[in-house]
Design a protein around this ligand. Structure first.
Ligand SMILES: Cc1cc2nc3c(=O)[nH]c(=O)nc-3n(C[C@H](O)[C@H](O)[C@H](O)COP(=O)(O)OP(=O)(O)OC[C@H]3O[C@@H](n4cnc5c(N)ncnc54)[C@H](O)[C@@H]3O)c2cc1C
Length: 458
């Protein structure tokens, strides 16, 4: 691979609008957990797919590495690469057009997720992808990582919400698959391949997305449960009684509120218990949210809980849940794990992981999108001890071995990036890995697209 040096930039710059290439700033080279540092010769800020195409074709000809950049919120280091690649930021590709009659929306890859949600809402529709980072995430990044978040239980992941894509392939060709079709069985699913590829197979430049009706009524409760198995029973009860209406089901262990009390006392803790769930229902007109939640509370035999009686109270519940990752950062994790299990095995996983980690002397903050079988299982030093005293790799190995043993995934929603490349090799299905390498070689023979992310350098 050749560096993105001044000579290359001069040749490329001559073919682009004057302000397309810029010097990189620190914000382009950092990632939220501070585990990876990146480098870059410059950042390109194209406005159109045609400009992206010129840039990518020039990089392919000169064998200069490219790192696509969205909002920079990725948690596995996919957006930062050592060396001197060219960053291609989508931040100027922010157009949004809504097609309410089709329940569809078309957005440039750089459109901010929260702006897409707002545009949909202004048209009387819902775009349900929702993450704590949605104020910074760009839709191209969300699709490239197949982001999950809070509403997967009801509406699916970013992949499920995407109808079509426009992307620039690694030789600079523009693939125009930006259709708003619900049915399109015309051969291989290139859209599916680009989603979750983390910038290793091309650059997404625009997407068409599914919209939904806004639920007429929303009901939110924070409920104490005795143990994770009781949370699972509650989920089964809620889904059986209100099929397709449970839109979020978050598990919270006591460690989360304890960390919040310690590091972010400004966050109110409406309820504290060893295990809690934050459940949100989206109901049609005619179903009363408070009645529905009270019915679940009584029939599940629960003893403690709160039902939001106002939007402010609902926001309070969500602020507590969504502030947990920040409290975790203040405490400082030894190792963080974004895992998923077959739903019915979540309580067993929590019990077995406790046993597997018993010898390490840790505090564990286990929380996450339990309705999707997705847990954030994060390990912290015991009170008074430092991270340096622990073998982080051994802790991660113990957690991931158990997840693999139980037929789960070691990356539920954050992707592989640079952080989990060895995990993919260790736990990935060999046939799938071989097919992934063959696809990478076929589409990107020079290996310029985000080298070292997802697949190890060959
Ligand atoms: C506080 C916080 C909460 C979070 N919560 C969640 C959560 O609940 N669920 C979840 O799934 N994730 C979550 N994340 C992780 C992160 O927000 C998501 O992975 C998000 O989808 C990344 O989008 P981005 O635009 O920031 O992408 P970036 O970080 O810029 O990039 C991520 C990857 O995608 C590639 N990429 C970016 N844009 C493109 C493009 N246009 N074409 C091709 N490749 C591209 C990059 O090269 C990189 O490999 C959270 C992160 C934070 C900091």
């Amino acid at each position: 691979m050749n560096p993105c040096d001044p000579a290359f930039l001069e040749t490329l710059g001559a073919r682009l609008a004057p302000d397309t290439l810029r010097a990189v700033e620190p914000r382009h080279l950092s990632e939220p957990r501070g585990k990876f540092g990146g480098g870059a010769g410059a950042v390109a800020l194209p406005r159109t797919a045609a400009e992206v195409s010129v840039i990518v074709a020039a990089c392919a000809a000169a064998r200069v590495a490219i790192v696509p950049l969205g909002g920079g919120t990725g948690l596995v280091g996919g957006q930062v690469m050592p060396g001197l690649p060219l960053l291609i930021s989508t931040e100027r590709m922010t157009g949004i057009e809504v097609f309410p009659a089709e329940n569809a929306l078309v957005a440039g890859a750089g459109a901010i997720l929260a702006d897409i949600q707002t545009a949909a809402r202004n048209a009387g529709r819902l775009f349900p992808l929702s993450l704590a980072s949605e104020g910074s995430v760009r839709i191209g990044g969300a699709l490239s990582t197949n982001a999950g978040g809070l509403n997967v239980l009801r509406y699916g992941t970013a992949r499920d919400l995407c109808l079509g894509l426009q992307a620039v392939l690694p030789d600079g060709t523009v693939w125009n698959g930006l259709r708003r079709l619900r049915k399109d069985n015309t051969g291989y699913d290139l859209r599916g391949l680009m989603i979750g590829a983390e910038g290793t197979l091309g650059i997404i430049t625009a997407a068409s997305l599914k919209l939904f009706p806004i639920p007429a009524r929303v009901g939110t409760a924070l409920l104490a449960v005795e143990r994770p198995a009781a949370a699972l029973e509650l989920l089964g009860l809620a889904e059986g009684r209100l099929p397709g209406m449970v839109q979020a089901f978050e598990l919270i262990s006591r460690q989360g509120p304890d960390f919040l009390a310690q590091t972010m006392p400004e966050v109110r803790l409406p309820l504290v218990s060893d295990w809690m769930v934050l459940v949100e229902l989206g109901l049609p007109e005619g179903l009363d949210p408070v009645e529905a939640l009270e019915g679940l509370f009584v029939d599940a035999g629960l003893e403690d809980g709160l039902i939001a009686m106002s939007e402010a109270q609902r926001q309070e519940f969500w602020t507590m849940r969504e502030s947990i990752p920040e409290a975790n950062r203040h405490i400082g994790a030894i190792a963080s794990h974004d895992v998923s299990l077959p739903l019915g095995l979540v309580p067993e996983f929590i019990a077995r992981a406790e046993v597997a980690l018993a010898g390490f002397g840790l505090r564990v903050n286990c929380f996450g999108h339990m309705g999707d079988g997705n847990l954030h299982y994060n390990a912290f030093p015991a009170e008074g001890r430092s991270r340096a005293e622990y073998d982080a790799a051994a802790i991660t190995r113990a957690v991931h071995d158990l997840v693999h043993d139980m037929d789960g995934s070691v990356s539920a929603e954050h992707g592989i990036g640079r952080l989990k490349v060895p995990d993919l090799v260790r736990y990935g299905d060999p046939a799938k890995l071989a097919a992934m390498r063959a696809i990478k070689r076929a589409l990107d023979p020079a290996g310029i697209m985000n080298p070292g992310a997802v697949l190890a350098l060959e």
